[in-house]
Ligand binder design. Structure first.
Ligand SMILES: [Zn+2]
Length: 810
C-alpha cells in the first residue's frame, strides 16, 4: 500500500490525472455525504422548503470549509433568491455561520428571515444582474482600512468600483471625489472677505461648484492589488497634475487619451508615479454624474491591460459603470431626502411633545393685565402694558444684571425670565422696535420652556449666556460697534443658543444615530438650537421681531445663525487668529473714532467679534467668582459623566476621561487644561481689546489658581500612594507596570473582508473579521453602523453589523 507521501508525489507529477479524478470523484462524494446527513425539514408540505434546506445544508458545509481553509473568515451568511408574486427577492437562508456554529443555529427560520428586493444593495445588484462573465471563483473584497477612511457616499463608489473591477481591463484606475457644497459657510467666507485668502478664480463644474477633489481613491490592479485613499490630494498629485480630471469635471466630457506622451494639451507625469515604477501610457477619463445631473466625481482608467489604447468598447463599458455609480448615489440621495422629511417630522413632534408655548396663565404671572386692568393683553393699551411690565420685573442694579460677576443662583427660574425681559428694556430695543409687551413676555417664557431640565445645559445656562452678552455690550462697551437692532438680535440669540439641549454633545448625536445627526452633518446641536429659535420666530404669537421691515428681519435671522453656530467650539479655532488680528490692528490706532470705523463699517469684522463674544458668553462661568465657578464646573462635569454613562450602557463604548466619572478626581487638572488651551485666549484678547472686560480675565486667573491648588493636592495624594506602594513592594513597581501592559490586547491591525460568490441562482457573502484590536474594532463597528443606517436595506452591511456585534459581545 502506498503511503501518504507517495500518493502526494504521484498527484503532483500527474496534474491532469489529479484534476480528472477530483472532478469526477470528490465532487460527487462531497455531495453524497452532504445529502446523507439528516435533513431537518420544518414543513414537509412545502417542496420548496425541502430543497432549500437541503441546499442550505450542502452550502453550510461548503461555507464552513471555506471559512476554515480558503479565506479564514469568522462569519458568513448565505442568501437564496426566489420570486413572490412574480417579483424577485433575496432571503436569508443561513445567517452568521462561523467555523464551529451548529447548522440548526444558522438556518434561518421562515419567520425570522430577512427579505430584501433585488434592486437594492450590492447583494441585490449582484443577484439581479447575474452577469454571465462574473468569474466563478471568489472575488475578495479586501477593503480593510479603506472602508474606514470613506464616508457613506464614498463607500457606495468604492463598493461599486471594487465589485466590477475585474471587467476593467486596465492596470490602474483612480476616482477623484468632488466637493458637493455649493455655498460656503459664513465662517469660511470670512478669510476671503477680509482679503486674507484669494477668492476662488479656478474652473467650476457646470452647476457652479468650485472644482475641489477632496479625496482620491487609487486602485492598483497589477500584481498584488492595492487600494489607496488620499484625502486632500495636492494639486501636483500624479493623478491630478495633468489637469485632465479637472477638465472632465468642468465640461462633463469623456476623454480618451490614446497616447499620453504625445498629448500637448494635458501634461501627464512622464516618470514613474511611485516606487513600483509604474508609468502612464494611455488614459480614459469620465465624469460620474448623479441623477440631478451634477458631476460628483471623475473616474480615470490607466493603461489597458493588453498595452493597446482604450477603444470605443471600453468607453461604453466604463460609461455604463459610471452611470451605475451615479445611479447608486441617486439611490442614497433619494433615500436621504425621503427620510429627511420624516426626521424633521420626528423632531418637530418631539419638540411639541416635550413642551408647548407659554400659556395665557404663564404670561399673566408676569404681565398681570387681568389683575390690574381686568382685561386680556390684546384689549390693553401698549404704553400702559409697558409700564406694567417694567414695574413687574426686577431692577437691573438690584440683581447686578450689568455685572460680569452676575450669578443666577439667588434667583428663581421665573425671576430669570423677568430678568431677560429687563435686558431688552435696558438696551432700549422694546419700544424702538415696537415689540408688543405680551409677545415679549410670551417669547421669553417660551424660550425658558424650550430648555429641558437637565443638569447643565438648562434654562439657567441659556439665561447666563444672554446676560453675559448684554454685559459685554453695555459694561464691556462693545455696543459701540453695533446697531441697536444687532444688539437686540445678539442678546436674544444668547438666550436661545442652547435651546432644547439634551445634555449630550455633537459626537454623541453622531454615534447614537440620533434623528438630529441625520438632519445636520456638522454643528449638529447648534443647528438644532438655531432651527428651534427660528421656529419660534415663525410663530406670530411669539415673534418679537414681528414689527421689523423685511430687510431688518433677514439681518436678525443671519445674526442668529452667526451667533448660535459660533457656539460650536469646533469653530473656535477657525476664528481665533482672525479675531486676534482685529484686536492687534485696533490696538495701534490712536483715535477712538478710527477704531469704531474700522469695525462697525466692516460686516465681517463685526461678525468675527460677535462670534467670539458668543464663545466668551458660553464659557463665562469660568470667569465667575470661585463660589459660583466651583459649583458650575461640577454641574458641567456631572452632565459629561451622564453622557459617559450613556456611552457605556447604550453605545457600549468607553467614554473619554473627561466624561468618565471614574476620573472625577482629575477634574481640577482638566479644568486647568481647559483654561489654558481654550479659555485663556478668549478673555485675554477681550481684555486687551477693551479694558472694561479685564474683570472677566481676572476672575479666570483667580479660578485657575484655585483649580491648580486642588490639582496639586490630588497629585500629591496620588504620589504619596504611589511611593507607599513602591516602598511596600520593594521595587515591585516594575512588576505592576508589566501587569498593566499585559492587559492590553496584542498589537495588530484591524481588518475585515467580504466575499461575493455568484451561483446560478444564489448569492452569498462571507464576512470575516480578524486580528481586531479592541478599540479599533469598536470604532469600525460604529462606522459600519452608520453605513448601515444609510443604506438601510443593504443586507451586505447588515450582516457585517451583526457579525461585528457578535464578535464584540463574545
Ligand atoms: Zn451654551
Amino acid at each position: 500500500m502506498a503511503d501518504k507521501n507517495t500518493v502526494e508525489k504521484f498527484l503532483d507529477n500527474n496534474p491532469q490525472f489529479a484534476k480528472e479524478y477530483y472532478d469526477k470523484k470528490v465532487k460527487a462524494d462531497v455531495i453524497t455525504a452532504a445529502f446523507n446527513n439528516q435533513v431537518q425539514v420544518k414543513d414537509p408540505a412545502s417542496y420548496n422548503d425541502v430543497t432549500t434546506i437541503q441546499e442550505a445544508e450542502f452550502i453550510f458545509d461548503l461555507i464552513k470549509g471555506m471559512i476554515a481553509l480558503l479565506i479564514q473568515a469568522d462569519r458568513c451568511s448565505y442568501f437564496g433568491s426566489r420570486a413572490r408574486n412574480g417579483i424577485p427577492e433575496l432571503t436569508t437562508v443561513l445567517f452568521d455561520v462561523s467555523h464551529n456554529s451548529p447548522f440548526e443555529k444558522n438556518l434561518v427560520d421562515s419567520t425570522a428571515e430577512i427579505v430584501f428586493p433585488t434592486d437594492m444593495g450590492i447583494v441585490g445588484w449582484t443577484a439581479h444582474s447575474k452577469k454571465p462573465n462574473i468569474p466563478r471563483n471568489v472575488l475578495l473584497w479586501s477593503a480593510s482600512k479603506v472602508f474606514e477612511e470613506l464616508t457613506d457616499i464614498e463607500r457606495q463608489f468604492h463598493k461599486a468600483l471594487y465589485t466590477v473591477r475585474t471587467y476593467l481591463k486596465c492596470e490602474r484606475y483612480s476616482v477623484g471625489l468632488l466637493d458637493m457644497t455649493k455655498e460656503k459657510e459664513f465662517f469660511d467666507e470670512w478669510p476671503i472677505k477680509l482679503g486674507e485668502q484669494e477668492p476662488y478664480k479656478g474652473p467650476k463644474t457646470p452647476d457652479g461648484r468650485e472644482i475641489n477633489f477632496y479625496k482620491l481613491i487609487d486602485y492598483l490592479l497589477e500584481d498584488k492589488e492595492e487600494i489607496k485613499v488620499i484625502p486632500g490630494p495636492p494639486a501636483d498629485h500624479w493623478a491630478l497634475v495633468s489637469g485632465l480630471p479637472t477638465y472632465v469635471a468642468e465640461n462633463g466630457f469623456i476623454c480618451n487619451m490614446m497616447n499620453v506622451g504625445a498629448d500637448d494639451y494635458f501634461t501627464f507625469q512622464k516618470e514613474a508615479v511611485d516606487e513600483t515604477g509604474w508609468k502612464i501610457k494611455n488614459v480614459l477619463s469620465l465624469p460620474i454624474v448623479n441623477k440631478k445631473e451634477e458631476i460628483v466625481g471623475v473616474a480615470t482608467f490607466y493603461n489597458r491591460s493588453d498595452g493597446k489604447p482604450f477603444d470605443e468598447n471600453d468607453e461604453q463599458i466604463t460609461e455604463a459603470l459610471t452611470q451605475f455609480l451615479g445611479w447608486s448615489t441617486l439611490n442614497s440621495d433619494t433615500y436621504d431626502k425621503l427620510n429627511r422629511t420624516e426626521w424633521k417630522k420626528d423632531i418637530a413632534q418631539e419638540i411639541l411633545m416635550y413642551q408647548t408655548t407659554a400659556t395665557l396663565n404663564d404670561v399673566q404671572t408676569i404681565l398681570n393685565t387681568q389683575d390690574k386692568f381686568g382685561s386680556a393683553p390684546e384689549d390693553c393699551d401698549q404704553k400702559e402694558m409697558y409700564k406694567l411690565l417694567r414695574s413687574n420685573i426686577p431692577d437691573a442694579k438690584k440683581v447686578e444684571l450689568h455685572e460680569f460677576r452676575f450669578s443666577d443662583f439667588p434667583l428663581s427660574e421665573l425671576e430669570l425670565i423677568k430678568c431677560g425681559i429687563r435686558c431688552f428694556f435696558e438696551l432700549g430695543v422694546v419700544e424702538k422696535f415696537k415689540v408688543p409687551a405680551e409677545i415679549l413676555t410670551r417669547w421669553m417664557y417660551t424660550v425658558r420652556r424650550g430648555y429641558r431640565d437637565i443638569t447643565y445645559h438648562n434654562w439657567r445656562h441659556g439665561f447666563n449666556v444672554g446676560q453675559t452678552m448684554f454685559a459685554l455690550l453695555l459694561t464691556g462697551k462693545l455696543k459701540k460697534y453695533y446697531s441697536d437692532l444687532e444688539a437686540f438680535a445678539m442678546v436674544a440669540a444668547g438666550f436661545c443658543h442652547d435651546i432644547d439641549h439634551r445634555g449630550t454633545n455633537n459626537l454623541y448625536q453622531t454615534k447614537s444615530l440620533s434623528p438630529l445627526a441625520k438632519l445636520h452633518s456638522s454643528s449638529i446641536m447648534e443647528r438644532h438650537h438655531l432651527e428651534y429659535s427660528k421656529t419660534l420666530m415663525e410663530n406670530e404669537n411669539l415673534n418679537i421681531f414681528q414689527n421689523l421691515q423685511k430687510r431688518q428681519f433677514e439681518t436678525v435671522q443671519h445674526l442668529f445663525e452667526v451667533c448660535i453656530i459660533a457656539t460650536d467650539l469646533a469653530l473656535y479655532f477657525k476664528k481665533r487668529t482672525m479675531f486676534q488680528k482685529i484686536v492687534e490692528a485696533v490696538e495701534v490706532m490712536p483715535e477712538e473714532k478710527d477704531k469704531i470705523n474700522y469695525i462697525s463699517n466692516n460686516a465681517t469684522r463685526k461678525e468675527i467679534i460677535m462670534a467670539m463674544m458668543m464663545t466668551a458668553c458660553d464659557l463665562s462661568a469660568i470667569t465667575k467668582p470661585w463660589e459660583v465657578q466651583s459649583k458650575v464646573a461640577l454641574m458641567v462635569a456631572a452632565e459629561f459623566w451622564e453622557q459617559g454613562d450613556l456611552e457605556r450602557t447604550v453605545l457600549d463604548q468607553q467614554p473619554i476621561p473627561m466624561m468618565d466619572r471614574n476620573h472625577a478626581d482629575e477634574l481640577p487638572k482638566m479644568q486647568c487644561g481647559f483654561i489654558d488651551f481654550v479659555c485663556s485666549f478668549v478673555y485675554k484678547e477681550f481684555s486687551r481689546f477693551h479694558t472694561e472686560i479685564i474683570p472677566m480675565f481676572d476672575g479666570l486667573n483667580i479660578n485657575r489658581g484655585e483649580w491648580r491648588a486642588l490639582a496639586d493636592v490630588y497629585e500629591a495624594k496620588m504620589k504619596a500612594i504611589e511611593d507607599e506602594k513602591k516602598r511596600l513592594e520593594g521595587g515591585g513597581g516594575q512588576g505592576e507596570r508589566r501587569c498593566l501592559q499585559s492587559k492590553a490586547l496584542p498589537q495588530s491591525s484591524c481588518s475585515f473582508c467580504i466575499c461575493i460568490v455568484n451561483f446560478p441562482l444564489t448569492v452569498f457573502l462571507i464576512c470575516s473579521f480578524y486580528r481586531s484590536r479592541w478599540r479599533e474594532f469598536k470604532d469600525m463597528r460604529y462606522l459600519l453602523d452608520l453605513q448601515f443606517m444609510n443604506v438601510c436595506l443593504d443586507v451586505y452591511l447588515y450582516s457585517v453589523c451583526v457579525c461585528a456585534q457578535a464578535c464584540v459581545h463574545r
